[in-house]
Design a protein around this ligand. Structure first.
Ligand code: NAP
Ligand code: HSE
Length: 467
């Protein structure tokens, strides 16, 4: 019988878990009795320990149940979730209670489990559990960007040394395949540049601000009320989430783990509807981007900040909660991936793809694609970045003000390219400039000097511009 309860669908037979007929004490990959409900005729069973049953974990379970036949055909043998680890044992779960435990250590120590799917999040206790699972000779699939960005290289080396799989496609871009293409299909290229919209919450907020002419605070509040943004939005709006994700992508593309401390990070709190308005007038959209530039064959610069992009750029047309990665490789040229970067179903899609890989590799008798990255990527500070800039100033509306500001920029080697100007009440004015490319350090020095000019009330905002 097939039930559909709330968000979680599963099958029951006399109140038993639908794969409960598989002998629990069977050695890994070998069921003592063939699974009655499995769709492939094999005595082998891929036994899964699922750590976490929230947005992603419940999606993974549902996808396994819904697409069981095709998944098992692709893996080559039966697939069974034997235990699910959660924090709160008293939460109603809509699945048989004996499937759940709050003792997650017992799952990673269970010798009959072949693969651990970690969808808890954060580094504690997820990091220690993943490590223990690998020590216990288990393959791991994780969606945990923070863990992979901080500990990826070490964990991958651990897994590789034990000839195990450690997959993390869902950690970046939700349902969009990014990790595997970078590891495999694009591996022959020198990646020259990557730019990604890697956080759905911030892209949703920026899109709403653009479309509705609304302020950041108002859109954030309504996104929280609708459940699109977390109660504590720090990870998303301050750019941490994007930083973790671009660090993982850069580490794969450039072969060495990129330290988070080397990534310049700014979030979107400073973006206003006024900046959206002027950007629009000048032909741009504002997006929070994770950007990696190859500055030399062995050196990269990674950064996260709100960025003006020309309206014609493919990334400028990625709206709402959608994510995208644009990259330029020396042989492949320009490429863009886009899709749903978060949510239960798209993220489950990436996790299950990894799980199928694990199953196939087990069937073939060896690990698949351990990530080829080591520690110690050489990185370049943002100070040497050459880029165009957007700048908005509030000034006293008097003779010579515009001229002296332009002169001050000139003194610092910064050339102005375009401008918009507006008269404000009480004898003030608003000036918006786009500069020609300038080094970051020159532009910052010019900004400080301009900010200290007597007729300049304040630098209202500045953002980098990409093309
Ligand atoms: P979530 O909805 O908050 O679910 C977390 C699950 O982990 C819950 O079942 C929770 O147990 C369990 N858990 C949390 N802390 C625990 C602890 N200390 N001990 C035992 N269990 C614990 O999180 P999520 O959105 O599914 O995200 C999971 C992972 O996927 C994260 O790494 C996240 O970054 C990543 N990811 C999420 C998305 C997305 O769209 N949500 C997309 C891509 C990647 P209870 O059920 O008892 O609370
Ligand atoms: N908080 C993330 C986002 C979820 O908004 O994109 C997936 O990583």
């Amino acid at each position: 019988m097939r039930n559909h309860i709330g968000n979680v669908r599963y099958r029951t037979e006399n109140n038993k878990h639908f794969l409960a007929d598989v002998e629990k004490t069977a050695p890994p990959h070998q069921a003592a009795k063939a699974c009655q409900t499995c769709t492939v005729s094999s005595s082998r069973v891929l036994r899964i320990g699922l750590l976490g049953f929230g947005t992603v974990g419940s999606g993974v379970y549902r996808m396994l149940a819904d697409n069981r036949e095709s998944i098992e055909k692709k893996v080559g043998f039966a697939v069974e979730v034997v235990k699910i680890g959660v924090r709160d044992g008293s939460k109603p779960r809509e699945l048989p209670s004996d499937l759940f435990t709050t003792d997650l250590g017992s799952i990673v120590d269970d010798p009959t489990i072949d693969v651990i799917i970690e969808v808890i999040g954060g580094t504690d206790p997820a990091g220690a559990l993943v490590e223990r699972a690998i020590q216990n000779q288990k393959n791991v699939v994780t969606a945990n960007k923070e863990l992979m960005a901080k500990e990826g290289s070490r964990l991958v080396h651990m897994a590789k040394a034990r000839r195990l799989d450690l997959h993390y496609e869902a950690a970046v871009g939700g349902g969009i395949p990014l990790v595997q293409p970078l590891k495999h299909q694009l591996a022959g290229n020198a990646v020259l540049k990557m730019m990604g919209i890697l956080n759905g919450t911030t892209n949703y907020i920026l899109t709403e601000m653009q479309d509705k002419g609304a302020d950041f605070g108002d859109v954030l509040a309504s996104a929280q009320a609708l459940g699109y943004a977390e109660a504590d939005p720090t990870n998303d709006v301050d750019g941490f989430d994007t930083m973790y994700k671009i660090s993982i992508l850069a580490s794969i593309a450039f072969g060495k783990q990129v330290p988070l401390e080397s990534i310049h990070r700014e979030g979107i709190r400073a973006v206003t509807r006024t900046d959206m308005h002027y950007s629009d007038l000048l032909g741009y959209r504002i997006k929070l981007l994770g950007i990696v530039d190859a500055v030399a064959p062995d050196r990269i610069r990674a950064r996260v900040h709100p960025t003006l992009l020309p309206k014609a750029h493919p990334l400028a047309n990625v709206h709402g909660v959608y994510n995208a990665l644009w990259l330029n490789g020396d042989f492949v040229g320009d490429l863009m991936f886009s899709g749903r970067g978060a949510g239960s179903d798209p993220t489950a899609s990436a996790v299950i793809g990894d799980l199928i890989d694990v199953g196939r590799n087990l069937a073939a008798g060896g690990p698949g694609s351990a990530l080829p990255y080591d520690i110690g990527a050489k990185t370049e500070s943002i100070d040497t970045l050459q880029t165009r800039n957007y700048l908005r100033l509030i000034v006293q509306d008097r003779p010579r003000v515009l001229g002296t500001i332009a002169l001050e920029f000139g003194e610092h080697g910064v050339s102005l390219a375009e401008m918009e100007m507006k008269t404000l009440p009480e004898g003030r004015g608003e000036m918006v400039f786009l500069t020609h490319p300038a080094t970051e350090s020159d532009f910052r020095a010019a900004l400080t000097a301009v900010e200290n000019m007597p007729n300049v009330e304040r630098v209202a905002n500045s953002f980098r511009v990409e093309s």
